[in-house]
Design a protein around this ligand. Structure first.
Ligand code: WQD
Length: 334
């Protein structure tokens, strides 16, 4: 089975490629390294003993997409490629709308040309907007997204749903990620964003290795267990395994299926900091700062549908999330 993975050298993409290869899939990757590094391909080889077929290029470029489909018998596509920094998306919305929407539309048009109509899409819990009730369930009405990044995810869900409605041969699975953290046990691949991290875990990691002086905790006056924001953190390897399960079930899908990929457990920022410190025996200095625009107090998943229909459930706990993150960033420091 040959799977085309867009954005396959990225954080979640690379972990999913490892799981695919280790489960016998043949993988073809397209990436433009806009938020990843070429050496990730070497790390995938070191971990799996296989160097997946790789094309460097942009998912908006229909010529390279055609070349890939001409040169490879693609059975299914997993579409990760896209910009994903919430804060940046507020600053440069057109960059996000163009890249994330045009890449998806170009990909689907070329898939149509080659009669490949099986796709798993990397969506996000941000499509729910500010939760009206918790835990979040797939059939809930979507709220108003709070940033252009989240809006592109909601628009792409709609594009793929309309496509599937127009042509019943399309099989679509939308995976709504909660908060991906952690790294592969080898310590070779993980999340190391270019520049100052937006997300909590990469920021904690850089503070822990002394690259940043302290963490700003955005608000300790939320209506939560300790006043700091609560999120559903999920280990990236569990997330990768969720894609494998989705792929295995794709051919049985009628139209569009949506699944939350979370643990169902919410941890606060302070709990993340304390657990990181205790498990890794390292200090993470922090200061309480004002709330961040667009943040919600709490957000966590009901992932029972993924268990019921895909046979998937997150297995890795908070300790593995923080220890694998620290092991990875220490390895990056060398
Ligand atoms: C988590 C908590 C912050 C940084 C975003 C996207 C989502 C997904 C994951 C892609 C919040 C607090 C954070 C910091 C802090 N990405 N925080 N200091 O905003 O829940 O979700 O990333 O799919 O789509 O929306 O993640 O890690 O930025 O924040 O106190 O320096 O940590 O306030 O409570 P978020 P996050």
């Amino acid at each position: 089975m040959k799977v085309f993975v867009t954005g396959g050298t990225g954080y979640i993409g690379s972990h999913t490629v490892v799981e695919l290869i280790e489960n016998g899939y043949e993988v073809v990757i397209l990436d433009n390294f806009s938020n990843s590094k070429p050496e990730v391909l070497d790390y995938i080889y070191k971990i799996t003993g296989v160097k997946p077929k790789f094309y460097e290029g942009d998912c908006c470029d229909k010529e390279i997409l055609r070349k890939i489909f001409k040169e490879n018998e693609i059975d299914s596509v997993i579409h990760f490629a896209g910009f994903k920094a919430v804060g940046e998306s507020v600053q440069v919305p057109l960059k996000y709308y163009r890249n994330n929407l045009v890449s998806t539309i170009s990909l689907c048009e070329v898939m149509n040309e080659f009669n490949c109509k099986n796709i798993v899409f990397s969506s996000s819990a941000t499509v729910y907007g500010d939760p009206k009730e918790l835990p979040l369930k797939e059939q809930m009405e979507l709220g108003k997204t709070t940033n252009p990044y989240g809006t592109t995810k909601a628009y792409i869900e709609r594009i793929l749903s309309d496509l599937s409605f127009s042509d019943k041969e399309w099989k679509v699975i939308l995976l709504r990620y909660f908060n991906p953290v952690g790294a592969h046990s080898s310590g070779l691949i993980g999340e190391n964003p270019n520049g100052t991290p937006n997300n909590l875990m990469p920021y904690i990691m850089k503070v822990a290795i002394g690259e940043l002086p302290y963490l700003n905790i955005f608000g300790d006056d939320y209506d939560t267990k300790d006043g700091t924001g609560v999120r559903d953190y999920i280990h990236v390897v569990d997330l990768a395994k969720g894609h494998l399960k989705a792929l295995e079930h794709l051919e049985d899908v009628e139209g569009v299926k949506i699944y939350n990929l979370g643990t169902g457990v919410g941890y606060s920022v302070l709990e993340m900091v304390k657990t990181f410190e205790e498990v890794n025996n390292v200090k993470v200095p922090y200061k309480i700062a004002p709330r961040r625009e667009g943040d919600v107090a709490s957000c966590y998943a009901d992932s029972s549908l993924a268990l019921k229909e895909l046979g998937w459930k997150a297995k890795l706990g908070l300790e593995e999330m923080v220890s694998s993150s620290y092991k990875f960033i220490l390895g990056q420091k060398k």
